[in-house]
Write a protein that binds this ligand. Structure first.
Ligand code: PLP
Length: 447
């Protein structure tokens, strides 16, 4: 069959990102996606799965959105790609830049386009260092991020990442990156961390010396590190520390941006305005590869007053087709009241998780902000999480997959949920029902 043939070819030729290579090479891919519609994706046999993760937290408007395909086709027929180097420009990029300026908080009024999140973070680090160089403070070069933060996999983004498996991969993290202990709500650092986050970040700044630090980068809500929602005051405290020590504040909005948390940007939940803001994923709902770094007036001033050439740029910076898709994606978000839907569905998801926690003594620490959510698997007999050897979270995620719901496990005891932002009440109820059955099946197998 076609499926069998593709599986064999995949095993031989396709090295999968962030996957267990031996497993894929031996057993083949877990699924080959063929098409999709709304929150559903089909395998080659046409069997539908609920995409409970919006794939990689990015397919925010769901699958099969014709308008996004149409606008891409239209733009491709006009001019699919054009360069933005040496001052060349194109209409979709200009219009998107202007649109983003109206949407972003505070005076984040200009953008540097990239093709994704890692490139955006690397760009933000470079622009931060460049900013200080322009200010005559070229010794301000260090970047502070947080443990359990995820910022991508290019050399610098990987170095900023605070998840050991990523951070340490191939021993390739570069110098100049330091990890503070973040707030600790339900995250795997658990009681090993310092609940006094302000002091933790302050101590690191003082230890390294503010005059050597260019920027602090944090995700408003840590995503891949465990869906760790900060307590009230956290982002404000980081903003204040950055002001106090003259350090740039970079918000990594790659997951949170474009409605995921029920506000347009994650920082909007706490009315905090960063100096730089990295965006990607939801900007196009994954229909095209696009990212960007938004910068405030202050940073923009230093850049536009530079007499030389800004020696940084990607072939696909300002990609006309990707920008056209982003503009349409944002237009649909506004037209269809997506933020309002997220706010309403957040309540349904919370209700569903509360039901699961009530019913199953192994479900704990449910947390939800917008349609970004996680729960933890707890062993009441141990009085703590399941032993990592049980792989509880991946076992539950596998049970869900067998029942045609795609979720994601984070570490050994956390399960993340982040469905497309167009999801409705019935679909959330269906998702909860599948998780309910999956947990029951997992418990049965435990004995
Ligand atoms: N930053 C955050 C918060 C992310 O979640 C991700 C990806 O998951 C990235 C950065 C990296 O983005 P990309 O994979 O597009 O390079």
């Amino acid at each position: 069959s076609k499926t069998k043939e593709l599986i064999e070819l995949d095993k031989m030729h396709y090295i999968h990102p962030t996957s267990a290579p031996k497993d894929v090479a031996e057993n083949g891919p877990g699924i080959i996606f063929s098409d999709g519609n709304g929150i559903y994706v089909n395998n080659l046999e046409g069997e539908p799965y609920i995409d409970g993760m919006s794939m990689l937290w990015n397919v925010n408007l769901g699958h099969g959105q014709e308008e996004l395909a149409e606008v891409a086709k239209e733009q491709m027929l006009k001019i699919a790609y054009s360069s933005s180097f040496k001052g060349f420009s194109n209409e979709p990029a200009i219009k998107l830049a202007e649109k983003l300026a109206t949407m972003a908080p505070g005076d984040l009024n200009a953008v540097f386009f990239t093709s994704g999140g890692s490139e955006s973070n690397d760009t933000a680090f470079k622009l931060s260092r460049f900013y200080w160089e322009q200010k005559g403070k070229s010794e301000k070069r260090k970047i502070i991020s947080t443990k359990n933060g995820y910022h991508g996999v290019t050399f610098a983004a990987q170095s900023a990442t605070g998840i050991p498996a990523t951070h340490e991969f191939a021993g390739s993290s570069v110098e100049g990156f330091y990890h503070a202990t973040p707030h600790l709500i339900n995250c795997e650092l658990g009681d090993k961390g310092d609940p006094n986050y302000e002091q933790s970040i302050r101590s690191l700044i003082e230890k390294e010396g503010a005059d050597t630090i260019a920027a602090v980068i944090i995700e408003p809500v840590q995503g891949a590190g465990g869906v760790n929602i900060p307590p009230e005051g956290y982002l404000q405290a980081v903003r204040k520390l950055c002001d106090e020590f003259d350090i740039l504040f970079i918000a990594d909005e790659v997951i949170c941006g474009f409605g995921r948390t029920g506000k347009m940007f994650g920082v909007d939940n706490w009315d905090v305005v960063p100096d730089l803001m990295c965006i990607a994923k939801g900007i196009t709902s994954g229909y095209a590869q696009l990212g960007g770094v938004m910068i405030n007036t202050n940073v923009r001033e230093e850049i536009v007053n530079f007499e030389g050439v800004l020696a940084h740029g990607f072939t696909y910076s300002g990609h006309p087709t990707a920008c056209a898709v982003a503009l349409k994606n944002i237009e649909i978000m506004e037209r269809d009241g997506i933020l309002e839907n997220v706010q309403n569905m957040e309540k349904e998801l919370e209700k569903g998780l509360a039901y699961l926690q009530d019913k199953h003594d192994i479900v704990r620490n449910c947390r939800t902000i917008g349609l970004l959510s996680a729960f933890e698997l707890y062993n009441p007999e141990r009085g703590e999480h399941f032993d990592p050897s049980v792989n509880a979270a991946s076992a539950v995620v596998d049970e869900c997959f067998d029942r045609k719901l795609i979720l994601r496990h984070i570490g050994s005891f956390r399960v993340a949920i982040a469905p497309p932002l167009i999801i409705n009440k019935q679909e959330i109820e269906r998702m909860i029902q599948v998780i309910d059955e999956s947990i029951t099946a997992f418990k049965k197998k435990l004995g």
